[in-house]
Design a protein around this ligand. Sequence first.
Ligand code: 13P
Length: 334
Amino acid sequence: MNLSDLNKIALAMVTPGKGILAADESSGTIKKRFDAIKVDSTEDNRRDYREMLFRSQEAMSKYISGVILYDETIWQNAKDGTPLVKLIEQAGAIPGIKVDEGTQPLPNCPGELVTVGLDKLAERLKKYYERGARFAKWRAVIDIGPRIPTQTAVRVNAHALARYAALCQAAQIVPIVEPEVLMDGDHDIDRCYEVTQRVLNRTFQELRVQRVALEGMILKPNMAISGKKCPKQAPVQEVAEKTIRLLRSCVPAAVPGIAFLSGGQSDEEATAHLDAMNKIGNLPWRLTFSYGRALQAAPQKAWSGKPDNVPAGQRAFSHRARMNGLASTGNWEA
Ligand code: 13P
């Protein structure tokens, strides 16, 4: 492993003013998104949609540091035959790849999940590197409920994240370590805080045990935030302050950057929260976005599968990217 090169890539992924576009929806997830705009999820439509995003010159060159791709996309070519990976590189952004293979029910833990995909991962990483990927992503999913998460689910998911991260670094690929605590329940912000703290502490413990170099990774966490169905929704400033306090308590300063997931927040909330955190300032790591839905909901709607709407889709994407770029330096204004 060349740690200095890994560190350079990690820092480039969190360049101030820029963040990551998570365009790595699995075939099942992108179908759900396309269903909402009444577009058939065919291979060509998925390609056309993602080509529209990657050809958004303003967004890609000014506000996007890297793009997380799904396996299908990394091998796809644009309509004119240019590999989609090349479009990303030509815009000055770094191609990345989702390498987990989704979740499976966790035995003995009803309702809980474990992320899979470690088998043959070393070989897959080698092929992705050859194709141009310089970072990867693995998402663990932790749900909050009356008696969950169990310590079992927290431990096995942290173990898999660390196994993945170590394999990435051995392949000269920067791992995005994503332990996502879902915001789907009716729990309050303090319960989210407590669970996320347990999850992050366990994750960093496993990363240390498996000798992952923290300088060569990016953390992708959820924010400390109220569950979607919680009657009391914490305001922006409380989310920002609690998230910073939480991260300070468990993320070592050696980690170059933290890139949040949006997790079902509205577009504006995701921007406002990131901005409020960066306005607090004086942090040991750079804080930016690695949003999927909060960057793509608007362009998906504007595009709606019609070639004539490509410029409108690109404008919508550039707008959200610019707003989040401003938030990544605490310079966004509501
Ligand atoms: P959301 O921002 O839509 O949560 O997606 C980010 C992501 O990559 C989840 O794994």
